[in-house]
Design a protein around this ligand. Structure first.
Ligand SMILES: [Cu+2]
Length: 342
């Protein structure tokens, strides 16, 4: 702020803080221009044409999308379970690939490729040591797979040219493997061009709970993503859980002093790094969720594509607390939100 003002004040001029604002040497009062626009005007991304824009005052039609961001927050898909003769639990899901137009910011439509008609795909949740079975049907016009992060045989890795291989449109395959290790993982399509299959929306969180679980908490899943709406290999919209500014319009409601656990996954394509910064609070960070001991108490973490981690925190004060990427460009193009503590 001060640095930005310096040129306007002229060489050698030094501003001072007065009672009601910033006082320049000439005596003019500069009020603190803090109030950023809620939806800043979009800007060109490199040489790309201007984005169609976020329509100020309007909101995304979440019902048409079929996945309201507030519902996505706590929507973990536990699948169906039954006990095998061996005594082990078998957990089963069905994933269907499909092509679907979604709205990623007010007035901005995107031709997505989805798992189960949503972006991100369902947050699959299992327990360490279970047997997992995923029936995958391809209802899209394009070939796809499901590649899970975790420990499993090569044949079950969802890679073209190995094991079950590419799943052509209309085909169905079944992936089966053990739930290990415990932690926060992800799944995504692995068909090339990989960047496009991921950027179109084919990914989801994959939580494996430790055998003894984690302490009770209000649990949220946040998938950091973005959308290349003009197909110039750069993102025009950034978000958590797909819809830019969604949690500005509808803040995430949490309770004061209650333990909040955030499962945070970064799948952002085209930009090498993403991040999360929380205002006015700190959180314990468990990288990949594979240890029950946090590695850090911080207010900012960064993740490369495919990185993920668990955040645990309590809010000691009531009110609204912002969280956002600490890359300003991402923030201005949608990746910002609020916690509402009551
Ligand atoms: Cu794909």
């Amino acid at each position: 702020m001060l640095a930005a003002l310096a040129p306007a004040l002229g060489a050698g001029a030094v501003a001072k803080l007065g009672g009601a604002g910033l006082v320049t040497p000439a005596g003019a009062q500069v009020t603190h221009a803090h109030a950023a626009p809620r939806r800043p005007a979009p800007h060109a991304h490199g040489d790309a044409p201007d984005h169609p824009g976020f329509r100020t005052g309007s909101t995304v039609d979440h019902a048409a999308n079929g996945f309201p961001p507030t519902e996505l927050l706590r929507d973990f898909d536990h699948g169906r379970t039954r006990r095998l003769a061996s005594g082990r639990v078998l957990r089963e899901w069905e994933l269907i690939a499909g092509d679907k137009e979604i709205e990623v910011a007010p007035g901005v439509k995107f031709p997505a490729w989805t798992y189960n008609g949503r972006v991100p795909g369902p947050a699959l949740r299992a327990r360490e040591g279970e047997r997992l079975r995923i029936r995958f049907g391809n209802g899209s016009a394009h070939p796809h797979t499901v590649h899970f992060h975790g420990i499993h045989p090569a044949a079950m890795d969802g890679l073209p040219g190995a094991g079950l291989g590419i799943v052509a449109p209309g085909k169905v395959v079944t992936y089966e493997f053990d739930a290990e290790p415990f932690g926060l993982h992800l799944y995504h399509c692995h068909v090339s061009p990989l960047a496009e299959h991921i950027a179109r929306g084919m990914y989801g969180a994959f939580v494996i709970d430790p055998k003894r679980g984690r302490p009770d908490a209000d649990e949220l899943v946040l998938v950091m993503n973005g959308f290349d709406t003009n197909f110039d290999l750069a993102n025009e919209v950034y978000a958590v859980n797909t819809v830019g500014f969604a949690y500005m319009d509808e803040p995430i409601r949490v309770k004061r002093d209650e333990l909040v656990r955030v499962y945070l996954v970064n799948v952002l394509e085209f930009d090498p790094i993403n991040s999360l910064h929380l205002h006015a609070n700190f959180f314990h960070y468990f990288p990949t969720g594979t240890s029950l001991e946090p590695t850090e108490l911080t207010d900012t973490i960064m993740q490369c594509q495919g990185q993920r981690g668990i955040l645990e925190l309590r809010f000691p004060y009531k009110g609204q607390f912002m969280f956002h990427a600490h890359q300003s460009e991402f923030t201005q193009l949608g990746w910002m939100g609020l916690f509402e503590v009551s």
